[in-house]
Design a protein around this ligand. Structure first.
Ligand SMILES: OC[C@H]1O[C@H](O[C@H]2O[C@H](CO)[C@@H](O)[C@H](O)[C@H]2O)[C@H](O)[C@@H](O)[C@@H]1O
Length: 780
């Protein structure tokens, strides 16, 4: 069952708002200093670079003969395997100093059997700093006090959200033409015509699915022109490539990411009411869907119903290391024992790139044996099986995309009197012609109309989700594994995406008990872990998209699923206990026995209550949304505060001793926004995977603004498990502790009585350092 979306009334109200960007104020701008990595050998300079003579085949993205510096080949491999940068992405983001020909000539002059020292000099002499091909630029039309702030009751959250609102200034970029010598130097950057908003850290360029949550935040910040620009960039991508690449670098053009363009377009139009974008967007959105249809979908016979259903998977044609993860992929593939033959190597490289296309790089969802070694990703990665998985989130998204696109075609027809003409069943090209429809009415009943076609596609994917992915006994949605011809048992927040996209099994639509069974795992996790409960999975593998990492997109999509249940059950009951024990979770839903769950270290809970007062007495879908929003904002806030954040007149920066105690603070920081969090520790960032945790961060900020905007009226003051919250008192010059968790030896902070800001007594319970925690978890 799918809810119909009515745009017209909304658009007339909101078109006024969209224009209303006059209440703006300027914001001071000084570009964040760019620190670029200097090559530094970790072995004696005369050590030969490993792997020479064993190079991967030329990839199709480089087939035009452009033996560029970022394409897999001799130069790239020799530089990457020289090991002169700790992060493989650094080198491929460096523009050259001179022309490509000069750079290649300098490299060729090194001759054969190059040494690490030679490579170090070559890079030093021929390349600029990574990311210099983009410029940070001042924000225009900044809105100091967007309306969402009025929704937030708690003064600390309100002031902090206002700070997060200003962080867009750190993430706005445009192409730096001079650093790429107006196209004469070599650079992996895909120059774009419009400003971009980047995730941050090593992610210096635009990212496809990240932009979904960045736009959500930009809209809450009333920065409509930046949302418009992101959409224009996405459309330019489709124009040029026929699809949207993983990110804005040429080394990403062999793959896409979860298809979010139509979702972003829809969000933009719902908020701004500006439908003028549709004229360009509709044919391009159709083209994108066509690309997925032609390249990533197939028919599959369901073992459950014997019906043939339309399904999709991630699948990347690639037989070389990912340029931005070269060392990691090379080691994964060449370190296999027994050694892989060329066909097996190519297949594993393809699997690695495919994992990156999924956005979940990497996860137990995609591996045959996820638990081989939690401190070394490679053994599990060698069992990657991504292409054989039909991901429940991808199917749901494609269904939702087609459904929204059909609605957008109707909206366009109604708003202009035009009908975008017959598209397309699979195989047609994307250049739809705008035809006049004299009635200006919905085209959905017309079987040759695009809206009709897209509704059919939406239904087909939705049918597949319900057939292959829905498990009525476990009351959750799972990936489908074509290798075993059965549903996967890995519980993950991807299973909430069908409800997010309004795909509702009949069991859930008129039976509140069944709906409660669906959220039973969510309720249990809310009580079990102190951090954000929409954790990537329950398997602790050391991979980036597994326990204990909780990612901002999943907080948003899980709450959206709760909101769908709220619409299905407008009179939902209130529950005395929102959290439940494992024994009350729908049998088998979590895919692991209680004893196999990772523990919640008591030391990282403090005495923070796991349920808020504010959620009590509310219908359960709303109560769950409040709890999840509260956990998310708590984690984003506490990790920001524990890395040096302060709020003028409200919140004092923690003393240095305390900042150092959290283990995430780097000298000089003044509060950072992490890309991911730790489900067991509200103060901490996530970890694991192939790169160190990044800060910035586009989707984190977007989801903060969204969650604060939607649920801010229900949020209690923040409490951070292992750190005090030091508020500036009425005099403005001394501090009191309030709201904080009580720390042994005080017991006074919870009621706001004064304490000593620097007393070490207050900080008796330092967190267990992550490494120790890992060991404890291993032993468990
Ligand atoms: O370099 C490793 C991988 O980095 C990216 O993936 C991660 O960051 C992205 C940007 O925030 C995010 O979209 C993705 O979900 C993360 O796993 C990149 O997208 C990968 O292609 C790349 O190999």
């Amino acid at each position: 069952m799918r809810s119909i979306i009515f745009y017209s009334a909304l658009s007339s109200v909101l078109s006024v708002k969209a224009q209303n960007i006059t209440q703006t104020s300027s914001i001071s701008f000084s570009a964040t200093p760019v620190s670029t990595a200097v090559p530094s050998a970790t072995v004696p300079a005369d050590t030969p670079v490993p792997g020479q003579g064993d190079y991967p085949p030329v990839q199709y993205l480089c087939e035009d003969g452009s033996n560029t510096t970022y394409c897999p080949g001799v130069l790239l491999q020799d530089v990457q395997l020289a090991g002169i940068f700790p992060d493989s992405k650094t080198f491929v983001d460096k523009p050259t100093n001179g022309s490509l020909n000069d750079t290649l000539a300098a490299f060729n002059a090194l001759g054969s059997n190059v040494s690490v020292g030679q490579v170090e000099n070559f890079v030093n002499n021929n390349f600029k700093g990574e990311g210099l091909d983009l410029n940070q630029i001042p924000i225009e039309g900044f809105v100091q006090s967007p309306a969402i702030l009025n929704n937030i009751s708690d003064p600390i959250y309100k002031a902090w959200t206002s700070i997060v609102n200003s962080y867009w200034t750190l993430l706005i970029r445009e192409t730096n033409e001079s650093s790429i010598c107006n196209g004469q130097c070599d650079s992996s950057l895909i120059p774009l015509n419009h400003t971009v908003v980047v995730p941050g850290g090593r992610y210096r360029e635009i990212y496809y699915w990240d932009s979904r949550w960045i736009i959500e935040g930009l809209l809450k910040s009333e920065l409509y022109s930046y949302a418009w620009n992101l959409l224009q960039n996405m459309m330019d991508f489709i124009d040029v490539y026929g699809y949207i690449p993983n990110g804005g670098r040429k080394y990403y053009v062999n793959r896409s990411q979860p298809p979010m363009f139509i979702q972003m377009l829809d969000a933009y139009i719902k908020v701004t009411g500006n439908t003028t974008i549709l004229e360009r967007a509709l044919p391009l959105a159709s083209a994108e869907m066509e690309w997925w249809a032609n390249n990533r979908t197939f028919n599959y016979t369901s073992p459950y119903t014997n019906r043939t259903v339309l399904v999709a998977h991630y699948a990347v044609n690639n037989s070389a290391p990912r340029p931005e993860g070269y060392v990691e992929d090379y080691e994964t593939v060449t370190g296999a024992s027994p050694p892989l033959n060329d066909t097996e190597k190519a297949e594993l490289y393809s699997e690695l790139a495919t994992g990156a296309e999924s956005g979940w790089d990497y996860s137990s969802r995609w591996t045959k044996q996820p638990l081989l070694n939690v401190s070394d990703n490679n053994p599990a990665l060698r069992t990657l099986n991504v292409k054989a998985i039909i991901p429940v989130d991808l199917l749901s998204l494609l269904s939702g995309d087609h459904a929204l696109l059909a609605d957008l075609y109707d909206l366009y027809a109604n708003s202009t009197g035009n009908m975008v003409g017959s598209n397309s069943t699979s195989g047609s090209n994307s250049t739809d012609i705008v035809q006049n429809n004299s009635t200006g009415t919905s085209s959905s009943g017309n079987s040759s109309s695009p809206a009709f076609y897209h509704r059919q596609q939406a239904q087909a994917f939705s049918d597949a989700v319900l057939d292959l992915c829905w498990d009525p006994e476990k009351s959750w949605f799972y990936d489908f594994n074509t290798t075993s011809n059965s549903r996967s048992s890995v519980y993950s927040p991807a299973g909430a995406w069908p409800l997010w996209q309004n795909i509702t099994p009949s069991e859930l639509s008129n039976n509140e008990t069944a709906a409660l069974a669906f959220v039973s795992g969510s309720r249990f996790l809310l009580g079990k872990y102190s951090g954000i409960p929409s954790v990537a999975s329950l398997l602790y593998t050391g991979l980036n998209w597994d326990f204990p990492n909780s990612w901002p997109p999943h907080l948003h999509t899980t709450i959206k699923a709760f909101e769908t249940l709220g619409r299905l059950y407008p009179d939902a009951s209130t529950l005395n206990n929102l959290t439940i024990p494992y024994s009350e979770v729908a049998q088998g839903q979590l895919g692991v026995q209680e004893a196999d769950l990772q523990p919640q270290p008591a030391s990282t809970i403090g005495n923070v209550t796991l349920q808020t007062q504010e959620a009590q007495g509310k219908p359960w879908p709303l109560a769950l949304s409040i709890e999840y929003a509260n956990r998310y904002l708590g984690a984003a806030f506490c990790s920001w505060y524990s890395t040096g954040g302060a709020i003028d007149g409200l919140l004092t920066q923690l003393p240095l001793s305390e900042l150092n105690a959290t283990g995430t603070y780097t000298a000089g920081q003044s509060g950072v926004m992490f890309e991911k969090f730790n489900a067991t520790d509200t103060d901490a960032a996530g970890g694991g995977g192939e790169y160190t945790v990044q800060v910035g961060f586009g989707w984190t900020n977007g989801v903060v603004l969204w969650a604060a905007g939607e649920y801010g009226q229900y949020l209690p003051s923040p409490t951070c498990p292992m750190i005090p919250i030091i508020e500036v008192n009425g005099n403005g010059n001394s501090s009191v502790y309030s709201n904080g968790t009580s720390v042994e030896g005080t017991g006074s902070r919870a009621n706001g009585t004064s304490g000593n800001a620097t007393s070490s007594l207050l900080f008796a319970g330092y967190r267990i350092p992550r490494e120790e925690w890992k060991r404890a978890a291993d032993e468990h």
